[in-house]
Design a protein around this ligand. Structure first.
Ligand SMILES: [Zn+2]
Length: 321
C-alpha cells in the first residue's frame, strides 16, 4: 500500500542532494474561534520528526491524534473535517493549504477544541504563524507524487482532474447564478511565493440568503464580516475585496488544502470546475486508488526551495508502476 512507502528509508541515498523534508524551527500558538462551531480554540503548531507527516492532536481529549490523510476524512459540511474513531477535527483546509504551500511536511497541529480557528477567513494568518516559527530542514528526502496520466472525477456539472505537467499548477473555474461571480477562472503555477502573494489572502465567502439556513443547521455560528465575504443580491457587505477575483482564488486555496490529504506534494496540473470540499476530497481518494497513474519521485536539488519551480531534470523513481 502506498502509505507504507512514506516511512521507508532508501538505502544509500545521499540525502543532502535531494529536496529535503521540512518542519518548523519552534512551536508557535494563536487563538481564535471556529467558523462553524463559534467555539474558542487555541491552535499550536509544533515541530515533528521526518516521516511523521501532518497530524492533528486534540489537547482537550488527552492528546488523541488524527492524521491529515484522506482515509480519515469525516464530515464535509461547508468545510473539511477529519475523524479518527469518535474524535474529529473540523475546517482543516486553510491551515493545510498554508502548511503544504510553504513546504512544511511534518508538523503536529494541536487544538484545544474540535475546530481550527477561522482567523480572517483566509490562509494569510497561518502563513504569518509559519514564517514567525521559522522553517527547519530535516535529513530525509521529500517524495513528490508525479502524475503520469490523467485522472478525473465528474459529479453532475462539477468536474475535477489532474494532468501530467512539470510543475504543480491549478486551474479553477466557478459559475454562480449571481452577477458578481457568474464566471471566474484563474490558473496559477504554485510556488511558495505565488501562494503567499496570490492565494493565501483570499477569504472564504458565503451568500447572505444562505446564512440563516446555515445557522439553522448549526453552522456558521462563528461567522461574521471579520472572517467571511458575505454576498448580497447586489454586492458584498464587506468593506471591499482583496482581489477582483477573490472568490476563485479562495477556491484554489480550498483545493490545495483538500488535496494535501494525499500526503505528498503533487507534480501535475489540477483542473477543477465548480468543485467543493466533497468533490475535492473524493478526488484525493480517487488519486490514491489509481496507483498506476502516478509515481513517487525524489527531486534532486542544489538549492533549498520549498517547491521547485520545475522538477529537476534528474528524478529518482521511488516506486515503479
Ligand atoms: Zn475555504
Amino acid at each position: 500500500m502506498v502509505s507504507g512507502l512514506l516511512h521507508e528509508p532508501l538505502a544509500g541515498t545521499l540525502v543532502t542532494s535531494y529536496f529535503s523534508q521540512r518542519t518548523l524551527r519552534r512551536a508557535i500558538s494563536c487563538a481564535g474561534i471556529g467558523l462553524h462551531s463559534g467555539r474558542k480554540v487555541t491552535l499550536s503548531l509544533r515541530p515533528a520528526a521526518a516521516g511523521s507527516g501532518i497530524r492533528f492532536r486534540r489537547s482537550d481529549l488527552g492528546g488523541v491524534e488524527v492524521p491529515a490523510q484522506v482515509n480519515h476524512v469525516g464530515a464535509i459540511n461547508y468545510a473539511t473535517g477529519l475523524m479518527s474513531g469518535a474524535v474529529q477535527v473540523d475546517t482543516v483546509e486553510h491551515l493545510l493549504a498554508a502548511l503544504v504551500s510553504l513546504g512544511i511536511d511534518n508538523v503536529t497541529v494541536e487544538l484545544s477544541s474540535p475546530e481550527v480557528p477561522i482567523m480572517d477567513g483566509s490562509a494569510a494568518p497561518f502563513v504569518y504563524l509559519i514564517q514567525e516559527a521559522g522553517i527547519r530542514t530535516l535529513e530525509a528526502p521529500r517524495r513528490y507524487m508525479k502524475v503520469l496520466r490523467p485522472i478525473s472525477l465528474t459529479r453532475g456539472d462539477k468536474r475535477i482532474a489532474i494532468y501530467p505537467s512539470d510543475h504543480f499548477k491549478v486551474t479553477y473555474s466557478i459559475a454562480f447564478d449571481h452577477p458578481l461571480l457568474r464566471h471566474q477562472s484563474r490558473t496559477i503555477r504554485l510556488t511558495s511565493d505565488a501562494f503567499v502573494d496570490e492565494i493565501a489572502p483570499a477569504r472564504t465567502f458565503t451568500f447572505l440568503k444562505e446564512v440563516e439556513m446555515l445557522r439553522q443547521q448549526g453552522l456558521a455560528l462563528g461567522g461574521s464580516l471579520e472572517n467571511a465575504i458575505v454576498i448580497s443580491d447586489t454586492g458584498v457587505l464587506n468593506n471591499g475585496l482583496r482581489f477582483d477575483d477573490e472568490f476563485v482564488r479562495h477556491k484554489i486555496l480550498d483545493v490545495i488544502g483538500d488535496m494535501a490529504l494525499v500526503g505528498h506534494p503533487m507534480i501535475g496540473h489540477l483542473v477543477a470546475h465548480r468543485g467543493g470540499h466533497a468533490l475535492h476530497t473524493a478526488f484525493a481518494a480517487r488519486v490514491l486508488e489509481e496507483t498506476d497513474a502516478w509515481m513517487l519521485v525524489e527531486g534532486r536539488a542544489d538549492a533549498g526551495h520549498a517547491i521547485p519551480a520545475s522538477l529537476p531534470t534528474s528524478v529518482h523513481p521511488v516506486r515503479a508502476n
